[in-house]
Design a protein around this ligand. Structure first.
Ligand code: PLP
Length: 398
């Protein structure tokens, strides 16, 4: 069965995804199952989209109920499922961010933020951060740093500049009276789970305020409780003008959200920024159910608590294995930087029933569902210990 699935996808799906040799057909909580019924602990959390656990019954029920009532409803008419989601979003987003654009992906949430910033300020320059990842559509790609994503698609959108992560001098120089927005990930995910020093984000906030630029926090990976607070920028007590969200809000259904302060969003004229599927009622119902589960099951607190436990386990592995250079992250957005390419480890862990992500060549990344328990973390730790031992042995001089 797995082979059949792979053969069809290999023959007919785009080849732009780095594939793992596994066909996932079912999921429940932290676990996923392949076509042969083999179980895996999903530390990739469906690439961070699965925050309340796979196929959560409350979310499945909400999707089922809504799909029997109304599946399609364009933003040009009002809709109850959309209104319910907006009310729920208001409860969890930082005060003042009370106007939302609903779209279909993280990259689209970023596109909207960039357009809002340019329209509202009348300025063009977007200052982003080296190492940042914001998606692969043209505006978002222009803010994304890594040249491997950019180089074959130039020219990109003009007037994007990148400052080195954590470099205060460069930030002071670059964020100026011509800057429309400063766009950052509070914790850089794709480039290796990089957590900034205490002063970095407050500095970006101060510089943006002084120069009249807008502050945009891309919380597509770090938001919705993943780091142990609802939004990662809250760890630094930074309040952005715009927050971009995506990934797990609708438990895996496609969604992007751009939350902004009212005065900014009001600058958009009718028709200037819309999308056919944005605010789709089924997706909205899934997102409302996801937020309810997140709050009722205390998953933000669980991310802080079990995330702390998982980080401690990774740090203890670091003591055992010198091939781990550094362990970093907050809550359940964790990374372990190794001294070599991690792909053999990811493959070996997969064979032992644990699904993990990379972040660049050297970093193992963990974005498990926020409902993961300590006992499941223990299983992951055991598998990691086994794979690291194997790798260390393989690297001993013969
Ligand atoms: C921080 C961040 N921004 C933007 C994106 C792009 O989101 P999408 O892949 O849904 O377009 C991602 C995706 O990984 C991300 O991690």
């Amino acid at each position: 069965m797995s082979m059949e699935i792979r053969q069809i996808e290999d023959a007919h799906y785009v080849k732009s995804y780095a594939r793992k040799p596994i066909s996932i057909v079912r999921g429940s909580g932290v676990l996923v199952y392949d076509a042969e019924g083999r179980e895996y602990v999903d530390c990739s959390g469906g690439y961070g989209t699965c925050i309340v656990g796979h196929a959560h019954p409350r979310v499945a029920q909400a999707i089922s109920t809504q799909s029997k009532r109304l599946i399609s409803c364009h933003g040009s008419t009002f809709n109850d499922a959309r209104a319910e989601l907006l009310s729920k979003l208001l409860e969890i987003t930082p005060k003042g961010l009370n106007r939302f654009f609903l779209s279909n992906s993280g990259a689209e949430a970023v596109e909207c933020a960039i357009k809002l910033a340019r329209k509202a300020t009348g300025r063009r320059k977007i200052v982003a951060i080296r190492g940042g990842y914001h998606g692969k559509t043209y505006g978002a790609l222009s803010a994304t740093w890594d040249s491997k994503y950019r180089k074959n698609f130039e020219p990109l959108v003009p007037e994007f500049q990148h400052i080195p992560f954590g470099n205060a001098e460069a930030a002071k120089e670059m964020i100026a009276a011509d800057t429309a927005a400063v766009l950052f990930e509070p914790i850089q995910g794709e480039s290796g789970v990089r957590v900034p020093e205490r002063d970095w984000l407050p500095l970006l906030q101060d510089l943006a305020q002084e120069s009249g630029a807008l502050l945009i926090s891309d919380e597509i990976q770090s938001g919705f409780g993943r780091t142990g607070k609802m939004f990662a920028c809250q760890h630094w007590e930074v309040t952005p003008d715009i927050i971009c969200m995506g990934k797990g809000i609708a438990s895996g259904l496609p969604i992007g959200i751009t939350a902004s302060i009212d005065e900014l969003a009001e600058t958009l004229a009718v028709g200037e920024h819309t999308t056919t599927f944005g605010g789709n009622p089924v997706v909205c119902a899934a997102a409302s159910a996801t937020i309810e589960v997140l709050l009722e099951e205390g998953l933000v607190e669980n991310a802080a608590c079990v995330g702390g436990y998982m980080k401690a386990q990774l740090l203890s592995l670091q003591k055992e294995f010198s091939i781990i250079r550094e362990v970093r992250g907050l809550g359940l957005m964790l990374g372990a930087e190794l001294r070599f390419d991690v792909h053999a480890i990811i493959q070996a862990a997969l064979e032992k029933g644990v699904l993990m992500l990379d972040a660049g060549r050297n970093v193992l990344r963990f974005l498990p569902p926020l409902c993961i328990r300590e006992s499941e973390v223990d299983e992951v730790t055991q598998v990691l210990r086994y794979t690291l031992e194997k790798e260390e042995l393989a690297r001993l001089p013969s």
